[in-house]
Every structure is written in structure tokens, then in C-alpha cells.
Ligand binder design. Structure first.
Ligand SMILES: Nc1nc2c(ncn2[C@@H]2O[C@H](COP(=O)(O)OP(=O)(O)OP(=O)(O)O)[C@@H](O)[C@H]2O)c(=O)[nH]1
Ligand SMILES: [Mg+2]
Length: 162
């Protein structure tokens, strides 16, 4: 966790409908819904204990539509860590993460000290377009930790985050 301020901001990016809000709501409220309500932008605050101190974790759930580039830039500037979500049912959704990653690199200067996690969601679906190894290759290229959930535990949304 970051030093003095104890305020830690995580931003969730990804194409429309990949399941960003589902992941965030599962984490924050423990719920899952089947209905799809597109997000403009939502922020959740949680007070958590980390390394024996109390921190405020602020999670920003962004829009998957590319209508608000200024909001995207602002979220990147303010963010300390990033979760990049794609759906394993859509190769396009993995492609759409590339310009977002590039913009993080551009705005932050260097991503060496910035935690970035790649999440392949909807792995419960049978119509797969992205294989695990493709996600893993992308994670390696971007120096992210291995894709979340790899190793076979239950998933994050309660459906199929991996
Ligand atoms: N099968 C399956 N469906 C999921 C999963 N996660 C989310 N969904 C469904 O996918 C749809 C879109 O989920 P959202 O979480 O709203 O997607 P989003 O990325 O926040 O979309 P935007 O806010 O428009 O960018 C909803 O109908 C969810 O129920 C999953 O792991 N598996
Ligand atoms: Mg959403």
C-alpha cells in the first residue's frame, strides 16, 4: 500500500459488457445480477485494514463505451492500480484493452511500479474466443501477474472470472 495518505485508488477498465461492474459488485457487496445495466461511472469506498494500518480503498468502475475519453484520462491520472478486464467470449474485448494499457503507460510515464492486473471474465461460458494461454501471453507482455483465478478456484463474479 502507498505511503502517507492511506488512500488507495483502483480503477477497473474494459470493453462494454465484459463484467466490470459484476466483478466490483461481487467484491464490494457479494452480489451478482443477470441483468445488464451499462455504467457511466461509479465509485465505491471501502475502509480496509492493510499491513496493520487502516486504508481507504476507492474502486472506480468505469464505462465500457468510449464516449468519455477525458474521464478515462482523469481516472488514469488519479489511479494507483488498474484492473483490466476482458471477456474470454470476445477477442475484441482483449483487443480493446491495448489502447487503454498504452494510455496508462503514456500518462504514468512508466508502469514499473504500478500494479496492473489482467482479468479474463466469463470463463463459465462455452463460446470461448480467447484461450487461457492468450491471456497469459498478454499478461506476461504487460508484466502483470498471471491472470486472476488461474489455478482453478471458484471465480470472482460467482460465474466465471479467471
Ligand atoms: N456468463 C457470465 N456472465 C457474466 C459474468 N460476469 C458478468 N456477466 C453478465 O454480463 C453482463 C454485463 O455485465 P456488467 O458487469 O454490467 O458489464 P460491464 O463491463 O460493467 O459493462 P459496462 O458498464 O457497459 O461497461 C451482465 O448481464 C452480467 O450478468 C460471468 O462471469 N459470466
Ligand atoms: Mg458496468
Amino acid at each position: 500500500m502507498r505511503g502517507e495518505s492511506n488512500d488507495y485508488r483502483v480503477v477497473v477498465f474494459g470493453a462494454g459488457g465484459v463484467g466490470k461492474s459484476s466483478l466490483v459488485l461481487r467484491f464490494v457487496k457479494g452480489t451478482f445480477r443477470d441483468t445488464y445495466i451499462p455504467t457511466i461511472e461509479d465509485t465505491y469506498r471501502q475502509v480496509i485494514s492493510c499491513d496493520k494500518s487502516v486504508c481507504t480503498l476507492q474502486i472506480t468502475d468505469t464505462t465500457g463505451s468510449h464516449q468519455f475519453p477525458a474521464m478515462q484520462r482523469l481516472s488514469i491520472s488519479k489511479g494507483h492500480a488498474f484492473i483490466l478486464v476482458f471477456s474470454v467470449t470476445s477477442k475484441q474485448s482483449l483487443e480493446e484493452l491495448k489502447p487503454i494499457y498504452q494510455q496508462i503507460v503514456q500518462i504514468k510515464g512508466s508502469v514499473e511500479s504500478i500494479p496492473i492486473m489482467l482479468v479474463g471474465n466469463k470463463c463459465d461460458e462455452t463460446q470461448r474466443e480467447v484461450e487461457s494461454r492468450e491471456g497469459e501471453a498478454m499478461a506476461k507482455e504487460w508484466k502483470c501477474p498471471p491472470p486472476a483465478g488461474a489455478g482453478g478456484h471458484g471465480g470472482v463474479t460467482g460465474r466465471g472470472a479467471r
